[in-house]
Design a binder for this molecule. Structure first.
Ligand code: AMP
Ligand code: ZN
Length: 466
């Protein structure tokens, strides 16, 4: 199995630290809003990586955090006049709903930064003791980059170049830094901000230390894979390496994997350009597994462009697979009774080999999907000639398994009957009356996932099939 390692800039054979086990950490979202479809790319991709390792019989310990203390969360809390934890809890719950829609399995652990402050204080203290960090007058603690010999090894950046580029960036309050590239490990609170006690000042951790600490706590000092979007290579991951390796004296992560960005209409997705979609927006029009299928249709290291046309193509492709699966399920019930031949089994297994070969080559999901389409095409041709129950059942099992690795369900969700829809709408109205908005939203989403759109009108709730 080969993985492209950002650290060495080449594809390398995957050799786990412990045979049969994978320890993987992926940086999760900052929870101050609904997640956007860009955030969904690493979530979908690394969930697929995890599923593939499991298919290859590895035991995967997969950790992905929620960053639940951050300037953006605090700003939003101040705007709404609530505690920062109200904002982060709300958007963690929303994120989990979206993950479920995209068929993303919960990680082994989803740690929260705010629950791990003790570990952060410990690691920062250790870094100070070892001379890798220092405290300045106002109680801010900085990491001393020039003390860490490997600084820049992940991003390929050179400290001298970085320094000269950043001299002018020294902003007020940062004059006490020894070096413009030194970064914050702990910072003093500002009025109205959440804070924790520490040996240096009442304050909160810097973003980078959070991941180093959560990764160490749940996976140990050394891990196999660390992942995230390519924007995180510098400074976030570079700084994580500096902190973790300075503290432990050991190599932190063996393989560094980064997904390329998702763009919209060939432009960078941004709120100001107005080309910005949340996963929730997409769920109003599509089954979120279509979004998942679309994301996996490109290799993770290629930039991916989101457009209505490509989503339609993904929807049609997924439908083709599901129709093929349905046909196989039918044949598995009604086909002839003869046993599957050796040749038939070999022909079917060849698709699995093709799929695995694609995934073994740095998780080439695009080629893996091509193998699934070939299997569907083959099954359709065979079905036209009449499939035996045994062979249809075998093909069906393989198709479901391969789709399962991609996190795609082959069985179409049962269409809701009108009466069931009406009953759900009534339940939603009751939930709203009882101010149980979470339940009300869940029902709306459940209906949306089935293509049922609700419209609240003066005469009551109207619904239609999309
Ligand atoms: P953030 O909440 O900004 O820290 O992002 C959470 C994760 O989403 C990180 O791994 C980012 O690299 C990733 N990410 C953010 N925007 C995009 C995008 N447009 N395309 C792909 N990945 C993204
Ligand atoms: Zn991180």
């Amino acid at each position: 199995m080969k993985i492209y390692n950002t650290l060495t800039r080449k594809k390398e054979e995957f050799v786990p630290i412990e045979p049969g086990k994978v320890r993987m950490y992926v940086c999760g979202p900052t929870v101050y809003n609904l997640i956007h479809i860009g955030n969904a790319r690493p979530m979908i991709f690394f969930d697929t990586v995890r599923r593939y390792f499991e298919h290859r019989n590895y035991q995967v310990n997969y950790v992905s955090n929620f960053t639940d203390v951050d300037d953006k969360i605090i700003k939003k809390a101040q705007e709404e006049g609530v505690d920062a934890s109200v904002i982060s809890q709300r958007y963690i719950a929303e994120c989990k709903k979206d993950m479920e829609g995209m068929n993303i399995l919960p990680a082994t652990t989803h740690p929260l930064a705010t629950q791990e402050i003790d570990g952060m204080i410990q690691m920062i203290s250790q870094l100070i003791e070892k001379g890798y960090a220092y405290v300045v007058e106002d109680g801010t603690v900085y990491f001393r980059v020039r003390k860490f010999a490997g600084y820049g090894k992940l991003s390929g950046k050179n400290l001298d170049d970085l320094r000269s580029g950043n001299r002018s960036l020294l902003v007020t309050g940062e004059e006490q830094k020894e070096d413009p590239m030194d970064f914050v490990l702990w910072k003093p609170k500002k009025e109205g901000e959440p804070y924790w006690e520490s040996p240096w000042c009442q304050g909160r951790p810097g973003w980078h230390i959070e991941c180093s600490v959560m990764s160490k706590k749940y996976l140990g000092e050394q891990i196999d894979i660390h992942g995230g979007g390519e924007d995180l290579v510098f400074p976030h991951h570079e700084n994580e390496i500096a902190q973790s390796e300075a503290a432990s004296g050991k190599e932190f992560a063996h393989y560094w994997m980064h997904n390329a960005f998702l763009n919209i209409d060939n432009k960078k997705m941004s709120k100001s350009l107005g080309n910005f979609f949340t996963v929730r927006d997409i769920s109003e029009k599509y089954d979120l597994q279509v979004l998942r299928f679309f994301m996996l249709s490109a290799h993770y290291r290629s930039p991916l462009n989101f457009s209505g046309d490509l989503m339609e193509a993904a929807k049609n492709g997924l439908e083709r697979i599901r129709n093929g699966a349905e046909r196989l399920r039918e044949a598995a019930k009604s086909g002839a009774g003869e046993p599957m031949t050796e040749e038939q089994k070999a022909a079917a297994d060849a698709f699995v080999d093709k799929f695995d070969a694609a995934m073994d080559d740095d998780f080439n999901t695009a080629d893996a999907i091509a193998a699934v389409f070939e299997l569907v095409k083959y099954a359709n041709t065979q079905a036209a000639e009449g499939l035996s129950r045994a062979f249809a059942s075998y093909l069906s099992q393989i198709l479901t398994e391969l789709c399962g690795i991609l996190g795609i369900e082959t069985e179409k969700q049962e269409e809701l009957l009108d009466a069931e829809i009406e009953a759900l709408i009534e339940e939603r109205q009751a939930a709203r009356k009882a101010k149980d908005f979470a339940r009300a939203d869940a029902i709306r989403n459940q209906l949306a996932a089935q293509g049922i759109l609700l419209e609240d009108t003066r005469e009551g709730v109207k619904w239609k099939r999309a």
